[in-house]
Every structure is written in C-alpha cells, then in structure tokens.
Design a protein around this ligand. Structure first.
Ligand code: AMP
Ligand code: ZN
Ligand code: ZN
Length: 324
C-alpha cells in the first residue's frame, strides 16, 4: 500500500511533480495551500474587493469555485458566481447550469444564472445551425468565446466585481503557448497573462488555475464528490494539432515530471514580459458600441454583430422567439 506522505494513511493520489502521495484530505489541503501560495506570489487578488467567478459546471471551473471560496475567506474579498446558459444541446447546458448551481448552493454564495436565449433571443446551437447563413465565418467555439466574454464583462459591471476569474488550466496554457509558437502568433503570446488589468470598461481577468493540471482538477472534484458536468460540449471539434501537442506534453511530463509547470511559469514570468518589450501590442482605441454601449474597437461591438446577424436569419427561418 502506498502511504500518504503527510499522515501515513492509504494514499489516493500520486503527484510526481511534487514528489507526493496523498490521501483525500491531504490532497485537498495541498491544492488549497498551493492555490493561496500562487495567488500571494503573483498578487492575484491585490486591491480586489469582489471577484466574479465564471463557472461552466465542468471540472476546472468547479475546482476554481471551491478554491476561490477558500481564497475569498483568506484574503478577505467577496465572490459572486456566474453561470451562462448558452442553450447547447438537449442536455448539455441544462446539466452544466445544474451542476454550477449545486456548487453555488453548497458554498452558499450569491450567483447569477444568465440565460442567453432569454436575454438576447438566440442560443449557441442557433449559431452552429445558422452561422453560415448569417455570414458568420468564424467557428462556433470562437463565436461562443465572444459571447461568453461579453456576458462575463456585462455581469461583472452589474454586480460591481473588480475582476473575473476563469478556470483555464495548465494543460490549456501549455497547448496555447506551444501552438502559438509553432504558428508564429506573437500577438497571441504577448496577450497571454495571468492577470489583465481593468481598462476602458473591460474588467480585469484572472486565470488562477494555470498552474493546476487537468488531472488535478479532475481528482479534486472526484475525490471531494463535487457535482460537475463531465460531458464534452457537442460543438467541440478536436483539432489534431492541438490534441497532439497535449499528448506530447503529457508524454514529456511522464519522463520529466514538472515540465509543464516549468514551461508555463517560464513563459509567464520571463518570456511574456520580454516579448511585450519587443512586440508591444498596439494600444487599441476602444469606444462605446453604438448599440449596447459596451467597450468596442469598432462602431458596433462583435457581440452585437453576431446577435443582429443571427436574429435576422432566425426571423427569416420563422424561428421567432415566441415559437422556440
Ligand atoms: P472555455 O472557454 O470553455 O475553455 O472555458 C474557459 C472558462 O470560461 C471556464 O473555465 C469557465 O471559467 C468559463 N466558462 C466557460 N463556459 C461558461 C459558462 N457557460 N458559464 C460561465 N462561465 C463559463
Ligand atoms: Zn494524509
Ligand atoms: Zn454592442
């Protein structure tokens, strides 16, 4: 029997990068302490009074919510939960919202359920079906990203949060860094930060889980028996190159435990600041969207463009809001 490195009871988790075997209790404690340490070292919550925690109901954002709850008590800030009902699939969004709400209720934190269809008259499924007809040329996931960012910012302004926390994990981070390097997308690399400041009406965004692997977030929700949606979004189309990068990074992690963390840390602490010096992003002049008043780089913001285009098609398809 492998014993817990802390208490000698039966270990349930082996973390090779940390050279630890841990029981459930000590794995939970390890995750929480590590989260607080990373937050302190990176001043993640400095001068923050309220954080909007964006929860999809998946393993990462459920872990994020519980760790943010600990951090809010430790550092003394408020948290507010947000889950967006994107109207995906017969069950997918329903299950996602349900799992998110269960976790908000477990922790007794205030929350908002934002229903895309109710507020704006369309769903992400509508985009998947009618996007082409509406001359939206981007993939569904990219449009969905625009929609989510817009709603997160809108709700953050409404609840007066000074930051938005999302559950991007270490594996997402490594994949993003390496694929951007391979594709030579310097701009995307310069943009990649642990925390972006509030600017021109765009609320600060924090990714507190970037040093936690998806294995760890999965173990956290499973071992703590937290409700989560384990289904994959039906619109997700794996991209072979991205999948291969993830596979190779994990193979490297097997022979060199800790290599993913080192890569992410090196990048965020040393490479990104250096790149930023040589390739500073052009200061985008933001103005108010003519339709909704939210910050935008053009006359009409990208969210309103999508909304107007899809609603026009929905109308012509006879799928009026009343019918669906
Ligand atoms: P994704 O864009 O699906 O990779 O998700 C990245 C992060 O965005 C998640 O970890 C959540 O923090 C947040 N997020 C994704 N989907 C939702 C949703 N439906 N409602 C609220 N937050 C979400
Ligand atoms: Zn133990
Ligand atoms: Zn707008």
């Amino acid at each position: 029997m492998v014993k817990c490195s802390r208490c000698g009871r039966k270990a349930r988790v082996r973390l090779r990068y940390a050279r630890l075997s841990l029981c459930v209790e000590h794995f939970t404690e390890f995750m929480e302490k590590r989260f607080l340490k990373i937050a302190s070292e990176n001043n993640l919550f400095k001068n923050i009074n309220k954080v909007l925690v964006a929860v999809s109901g998946g393993k990462d954002s459920v872990t994020l919510l519980h760790l943010m709850y600990k951090a809010s008590n430790y550092f003394g800030f408020e948290i507010h939960g947000l889950t967006i009902d994107l109207g995906i699939g017969k069950e997918y969004s329903k299950d996602s919202v349900e799992a998110s709400v269960k976790n908000f209720e477990i922790l007794k934190i205030p929350y908002t359920i934002f229903n895309l269809k109710k507020h704006y008259g369309f769903t992400v499924d509508n985009i998947a079906l009618y996007g082409r007809k509406a001359s939206i040329r981007r993939p569904v996931c990219s449009v969905c990203g625009t929609v989510k960012r817009y709603i997160m910012n809108k709700v953050a302004l409404e609840v007066k949060a000074d930051a938005i926390a999302t559950g991007h994990n270490l594996d997402d981070m490594v994949q993003y860094i390496l694929s951007s390097v391979y594709a030579g997308r310097i701009e995307d690399l310069v943009k990649l930060e642990l925390k972006t400041p509030t600017k021109n009406g765009l609320i600060s965004r924090i990714k507190p889980l970037v040093y936690f692997s998806e294995k760890e977030t999965l173990l956290y929700v499973l071992l703590r028996k937290l409700p989560f949606n384990y289904n994959v979004c039906p619109h997700f189309r794996p991209r072979i190159f991205h999948e291969q990068i993830r596979k190779i990074s994990n193979e490297l992690e097997e022979v060199a435990p800790g290599s993913k963390i080192t890569l992410a840390k090196m990048f965020l602490e040393k490479i990104q600041p250096a790149l930023n010096k040589y390739y500073p992003l052009k200061e985008e002049k933001l103005r108010k969207c003519r339709i909704c008043g939210m910050p935008s780089s053009s006359e009409i913001c990208s969210f309103c463009k999508v909304r107007l285009a899809i609603k026009k098609v929905l109308k012509s398809e006879g799928e009026s809001e009343a019918r669906t």
